[in-house]
Ligand binder design. Structure first.
Ligand SMILES: [Zn+2]
Length: 84
């Protein structure tokens, strides 16, 4: 399920939108892929017309990727990050 980046959470008493959190905290809440994944897999993000970047991917929690390149590569449907 896609994460709404405008969802406001309580950050130490301060209402804060998920999109305004730092990278790691955003990831914990399901917005964007893990920092480790991005750093390691950056070169494996497939080119294409993806709606999000990996850092801001709203579909990072979806475990069902999409197959591209004649079903040779399983990638995130939001940003094209390689799942295989
Ligand atoms: Zn993604």
């Amino acid at each position: 399920m896609a994460v709404n980046p405008n969802t406001v959470i309580d950050l130490d008493g301060v209402p804060t939108a998920i999109k305004d959190l730092n990278r790691t905290d955003r990831n914990v809440l399901g917005l964007g892929h893990s920092v480790w994944d991005i750093d390691v897999l950056k070169k494996q993000r497939h080119p294409g017309d993806w709606p999000y970047t990996s850092e801001d991917c709203q579909r990072a929690d979806e475990r069902f990727g999409v197959w591209i390149n004649n079903e040779n590569d399983l990638v995130c449907p939001g940003c094209g990050l390689d799942y295989t």
